[in-house]
Design a protein around this ligand. Structure first.
Ligand code: UDP
Length: 195
């Protein structure tokens, strides 16, 4: 896949359709994959946070989440077909999940938000299989139990909403242990779904 630099992060040159197909391929491959959704704010953050920049640059799919990212790439003379927002990618993956029978886990958000997003997803995408939820407020000691619960649910896709950069750093720490085909840092997606 083609990548272009925006400041110190490399962004994939992908359309929404290609991003969805890429995630579907990741699920077939079984090994862990990380998807990140940098918007201009996150790119600015990565410019000052080397660990975040490294995680983004090692991610398996980096989508251009925001008109500003598309604009910056084009301004430099690079190709960038369209904005691929994290929220929209999640909705498209939930649509795929209906026919492909993907199992999805929602981790993060204030207490009750992931449950509400699950309910909304089940109404919006009939037959979608949300295998677990967990709020994003926890201590270090809770993490063992959280990781074990996610693993026991055997999701194909893990959506993590702890905010940037916490969600990316958390996923980096537990990626191998979790061994889930696709993990995505989704920021405020559950809040938007829950309304
Ligand atoms: N959040 C969380 N645990 C925390 C801090 C934040 O679960 O310790 C959640 C918060 O409730 C919200 C999401 O992380 O649902 C962050 O959303 P925001 O829109 O701030 O995301 P970003 O702008 O970082 O993508």
């Amino acid at each position: 896949r083609n990548r272009v630099a925006v400041l110190n992060v490399m962004i994939d040159v992908v359309t929404m359709k290609e991003a969805v197909e890429t995630v579907k391929q990741f699920i077939l491959q079984k090994k862990s994959h990380l998807v990140v959704t940098p918007n201009p704010e996150i790119i600015m953050m990565a410019n000052k946070d080397e660990q975040l920049a490294r995680i983004i640059n090692n991610a398996d799919l980096v989508i251009p989440d925001g008109a500003g990212v598309v604009w910056a790439a084009r301004y430099q003379g690079d190709t960038m077909p369209e904005r691929v927002a994290g929220y929209d990618l999640v909705q498209n993956l939930l649509i795929e999940a209906m026919s492909e029978k993907y199992k999805i886990y929602l981790f993060g958000g204030a207490p009750g938000i992931a449950e509400k997003a699950k309910k909304i997803a089940e109404e919006r995408y009939p037959g979608v299989h949300i295998v677990g939820t967990r709020n994003g407020f926890f201590t270090k000691q809770d993490e063992f139990q959280i990781v074990n619960n996610i693993k026991a649910s055997k999701p194909d896709i893990l959506l993590v909403a702890l905010g940037v950069p916490r969600q990316e750093k958390w996923l980096e720490e537990y990626k191998e242990e979790l061994n889930i085909p696709v993990s995505i840092g989704v920021g405020g997606t559950f809040d938007v779904m829950a309304g």
